[in-house]
Design a protein around this ligand. Structure first.
Ligand code: UGA
Length: 440
């Protein structure tokens, strides 16, 4: 089929190249000419495993391109995807300005019956609104079908997730439109669910908020573990073995960040409010998440006797491993607190340092974990990059002023840290002291 995708962020670009890989003829649209040129020359503007290789292959096979004009991309298209940003406004409600502008522009250029698919995360009822925007912009109602097909890909594994999704959801007023999308994705062997527009829109929020709730639940339990002497990893394993609970998303840590869970939890609280429901459960999920990070920083501060004049090594800046994205990263919260109370930060991240420089131009950026540790009063692991799990702890410790390690992602086994002479602090488990004679 002939497909247009408006927006080349994580969702738009990955959707575009994966649909091209499925055999469709795809034109993506972005108003940023520099970005368009970059993508057309085979360079991905985002760091995502496997994306650049797939992009290059699709460009070479001439099944994929990016242009700046919605009009040119939309004409003679079978399906147009809207994948533009919906950033949260002051009260947490997603800002639909970009969706509206794009819908109107598509409406002005449709030449034949077209399916318009919304991929952006939007409040319940937006599908109906988009239809209205388009009708108001002059398109006859029988020329356009609106479908909501929320995206479930994760940053860091976006291409793999889009190539092998757990499920695809198509919400539409007319079943025929949803069936056209089943055809579009026919080559993908995964469950496909057809539903109405509003249910599809809610499935997206409900899924992300449930994931956030799982993490906040395990993080709240981690606080109890620290006090009562239980180990959160064993508790999670024991719980997760029950298929009704499942083992995924039970890794206790500094809390959830990123461009989606924080935005979507706030978004659903606000959507619920609009429909007259006070979603107290979800508000508590958000509170636990904020509290989790602050408590961890409190522990660091209290252990080293205040940050003033101290040097803290920070391992990881991205909101999670395998991405350069720092939006709502816990690293920003940790660094901000250290700097505001007079501490110095030495930081390293395999992918996110350039992005962080805009936020914190004056901290010391290092080439690796060992450089971060140099003369540090303590080292803190903030992001779950796998390379941090295999650091040579003896070498790390030798560079430090005090061998104190705070592991905010539970990457290091306590015995290994202790054997390397560390005092080891983590989440959901009691602190392991230095072995006698290990010194500093
Ligand atoms: C999330 C969802 O997982 C995707 O399904 C969804 O499509 C996406 O949002 C979206 O709406 O676009 P993402 O934000 O990429 O994906 O990241 P996650 O893998 O969900 O991780 C979110 C945060 O939770 C990270 O900060 C991570 O460190 C944290 N996390 C995750 C934990 O603390 N513990 C866990 O067990 C899992």
């Amino acid at each position: 089929m002939k497909v247009a995708v408006v927006g080349t962020g994580y969702v738009g670009l990955v959707t575009g190249v994966v649909l091209a890989e499925l055999g469709h003829d795809v034109t993506c649209v972005d108003r940023d000419k520099k970005k368009v040129d970059m993508i057309n020359s085979g360079i991905s503007p985002i760091y995502e495993v496997g994306l650049e290789e797939l992009l290059k292959r699709m460009l070479l096979e001439q099944r994929f391109r990016v242009i700046t004009s919605i009009a040119d991309a939309t004409k003679a298209c079978d399906v147009v995807f809207i994948a533009v940003g919906t950033p949260p406004g002051e009260d947490g409600t997603p800002d639909l300005t970009a969706v509206k502008i794009v819908a109107q522009e598509i409406a002005r250029n449709i030449e034949k019956p077209t399916i318009v698919v919304n991929k952006s995360t939007v409040p319940v009822g937006t599908g109906d609104l988009v239809e209205q925007f388009m009708i108001d912009a002059g398109v006859p109602a029988n020329m356009v079908d609106i479908v909501s097909s929320p995206e479930f890909l994760r940053e860091g594994t976006a291409v793999a997730d889009a190539q092998k999704p757990y499920r695809l959801v198509f919400g539409a007023k007319r079943r025929e439109a949803a069936i056209r999308l089943v055809e579009l994705y026919a080559a993908q062997e995964c469950p496909m669910y057809i539903t109405d527009l509003r249910s599809a829109e809610l499935i997206k929020y409900a899924s992300n908020c449930f994931l956030a709730m799982k993490i906040s639940y395990i993080n709240a339990l981690s606080q109890i573990c620290e006090q009562c002497g239980a180990n959160i990893a064993d508790v999670a394993k024991g719980m997760g073995a029950d298929e009704r609970i499942g083992k995924a998303f039970l890794n206790a840590g500094l809390g959830w960040g990123g461009s989606c869970l924080p935005k979507d939890t706030m978004g659903l609280v606000s959507v619920a409010k609009d429909f007259g429901y006070d979603f107290g459960l979800l508000k508590a999920v958000i509170d636990v998440n904020e509290d989790q990070t602050q408590r961890f920083v409190d522990r660091i501060e209290s252990r080293i006797g205040g940050f003033s004049g101290k040097t803290i090594g920070v391992l990881g800046l991205a909101f999670k491993g395998n991405t350069d994205d720092i939006r709502d990263s816990k690293a920003l919260v940790v660094i901000d607190r250290i700097l505001k109370t007079g501490g110095n930060v030495r930081a390293y991240d395999p992918a996110a340092m350039e992005n962080t420089k805009a936020e914190f131009p004056d901290i010391t950026y290092c080439h690796n974990g060992y450089e971060v540790a140099e003369r540090a009063d303590c080292v803190v692991i903030v992001t779950e990059w796998r390379e941090f799990a295999s650091l040579d702890l003896v070498k790390l410790g030798q560079a430090m002023k005090n061998r104190v390690l705070f592991d905010g992602r539970r990457l290091i086994a306590a015995e290994f840290a202790q054997r390397a002479g560390f005092e080891y602090h983590t989440i959901g488990q009691q602190t392991v002291a230095k072995t006698v004679g290990s010194g500093d």
